[in-house]
Ligand binder design. Structure first.
Ligand code: ADP
Ligand code: MG
Length: 152
């Protein structure tokens, strides 16, 4: 499923809806250049999951955890480029928690086999193309559910 958001508000709205649709144990792998909107989308997904605390960019801490409807782990693995350090990733990718990963290619060895891939492309200052690619049955179902509630 591919769609275009024409404003920050559109992306926030989409993230909220996605957050409300997620099931326990789901992983989202976010792809996109710096400034594409990975952190912005993650924050709004957190809102949709009922996270009250402000989710800041985890660039320097790599992993930040929050409590909403489920536990939410927000990772930014940018600083792990070229390292094969295992920060105990298995504990985060479990059957209950939600994991949102920015710069996931740097922890490729530790990722689960099923996930929702989210590619964000910068079109212009306020416009982004967002493509959802589900890997695994439950993620295919998720995208179906999301597209039912998405007018675009
Ligand atoms: P990343 O985490 O991918 O580096 P950020 O989420 O930190 O990107 O930054 C995205 C920036 O783009 C934010 O300043 C946000 O306000 C801005 N922006 C403008 N339009 C949009 C849009 N349609 N969707 C998402 N972000 C947008
Ligand atoms: Mg970011």
């Amino acid at each position: 499923m591919k769609l275009v958001t024409n404003s920050l508000e559109d992306t926030v709205e989409l993230g909220n809806r996605l957050g409300q649709t997620l099931k326990p144990g789901m992983t989202l792998l976010l792809e996109g250049d710096l400034g594409a909107g990975k952190t912005t989308l993650s924050q709004s997904i957190g809102k949709g999951l009922g996270v009250k605390r402000h989710m800041t960019s985890p660039t320097f801490s790599i992993i930040k955890s929050y409590k909403g409807k489920y536990r939410v782990h927000h990772m930014d693995c940018y600083r792990l480029e070229g390292s094969d350090e295992d920060l105990g990733f298995d504990e985060y990718f479990n059957d209950e928690d939600i994991v949102l990963v920015e710069w996931y290619t740097f922890i490729e060895d530790y990722l689960p086999s099923e996930y929702l891939h989210v590619a964000i492309r910068y079109i212009d200052e306020t416009t982004r193309e967002i493509e959802f690619t589900p890997v695994g049955d439950k993620y295919i179902e998720l995208v179906g559910e999301l597209s039912e509630n998405t007018i675009n």
